[in-house]
Design a protein around this ligand. Structure first.
Ligand code: SF4
Length: 376
């Protein structure tokens, strides 16, 4: 939605350009929503305060911790500029801070924009700096970053530049992440931005959910995002082959909605049947076919059940084992005993089970099992 105070005029902006780049349908969904607030949290407000201080170059009003971050950001900025001045062989002048640059399409319509925290121009060369105020561990490196790419192209178009250096100033870490665009890079970057904008304009542009959805303000209204987060592998970021430990499964179970829990429970038998059938199909494949899939049959494990318990019993007794000791290793299987009683006494299965329960009551230890889930 466009608001009077929105300097982006409802168009994609560099700071969130990764969203239309990864999900072409995102701008259309956002535009269709009324009053979508930007996601806010405490860190964001803190980041805004720090950015305002960097814009003024004055930490007044910041607390001690934030003043330290401010100073660190200024220090990195000075270093990045000094290094660039050595490369250019001259002192460079800073342009207006927090300036927004606009991208118009071939028909002259506004299509996107980007705001540079700081930028410097020297001849056909440009330097752009973007402060990252707090922890930004998941920040995509500058070389692959869509914010850096769009800003580099916007500034190159604005000033007719042939080279742009873009730097993320990571104040918390005290480091800069830098990427250089030469003329060829800028041309390719421009095409890629055009491609993103063109794809986003197409009717029915596809929405592609992923980890980036957590930065999308349309996430709460997006069915694709809802479906994606309910996938166990995405909720826990587990690769299919990596497996889920019982602990991870417990976390997952607490993350999904109760309705989804019910849905998953209803499908347990179906999934088990499908999994068994798939395993059987894979195991029946000839070895070369299995190898094509990156699989092989392992060494067969060997079962060694004692099929002559009477013989084992008397042998162990002869060796000096006490009878009570040997009985600890012997058990009578209810199912097999039921079959024996059915055959011997000519009873139905139910009657045989009843008979065993009554006649062998003194030999049975009852234990109450977990109550099974049932549909009402
Ligand atoms: S939530 Fe994700 S899938 Fe939905 S529009 Fe936003 S980025 Fe695209």
């Amino acid at each position: 939605m466009i608001t009077e105070t929105d300097p982006r005029f409802g168009k994609p902006s560099a700071s969130s350009f990764v969203l239309p780049a990864l999900c072409p349908g995102q701008p259309t969904l956002v535009a269709s929503m009324e009053n979508v607030p930007e996601p806010q949290d405490e860190d964001q407000e803190r980041g805004t305060r720090l950015h305002a201080a960097w814009e003024k170059g004055d930490p007044a009003g910041l607390d001690t911790a934030d003043t330290e971050i401010f100073d660190r950001g200024e220090r990195i900025s000075r270093n990045v500029v000094a290094e660039w001045e050595i490369l250019r062989g001259a002192a460079v002048t800073e342009k207006k801070r927090e300036e927004r640059f606009y991208w118009h399409d071939e028909k002259g319509n506004l299509a996107a924009s980007g705001q540079a925290d700081r930028h410097w121009i020297f001849d056909e060369w440009g330097l752009v700096a973007d402060f990252k105020s707090l922890w930004c561990r998941s920040l995509t490196p500058a070389e692959r970053n869509w914010q850096a790419r769009l800003l580099a192209v916007l500034i190159a178009r604005e000033y007719g530049l042939t080279h742009v250096r873009f730097a993320f100033l990571k104040a918390m870490f005290g480091t800069a992440d830098i990427v250089d665009y030469n003329q060829g890079d800028l041309r390719r970057a421009e095409w890629s931005v055009e491609q993103v904008l063109w794809e986003a304009r197409q009717d029915g542009a596809q929405r592609r959910p992923g980890a980036h959805c957590r930065h999308c303000k349309a996430a709460t209204a997006c069915p694709e995002a809802a479906a994606w987060v309910s996938l166990p592998t995405s909720a826990l970021k587990v690769r299919p082959g990596a497996g889920i430990t019982p602990k991870q499964a417990q976390i997952l179970a607490n993350q999904v909605s109760l309705n989804d829990c019910r849905w998953v429970w209803q499908g347990i038998t179906t999934r088990r049947n499908i999994e068994d059938a798939i395993k059987a199909r894979l195991k029946a494949l000839p070895e070369p076919k299995l190898a094509d899939l990156g699989l092989k049959l392992g060494t067969a494990s060997i079962n060694r059940p004692i099929t002559n318990p009477a013989g084992a019993f008397s042998y162990l007794q002869r060796l000096g084992f006490a009878e009570a000791q040997i009985w600890r290793a012997v058990s009578i299987k209810n199912g097999v005993l039921t079959d024996i009683v059915m055959e011997k006494m000519n009873l139905s299965k139910k009657a045989a089970e009843q008979w065993i329960r009554q006649k062998l009551e003194h030999c049975i230890t009852e234990s109450v099992q977990d109550r099974a889930l049932e549909e009402i």
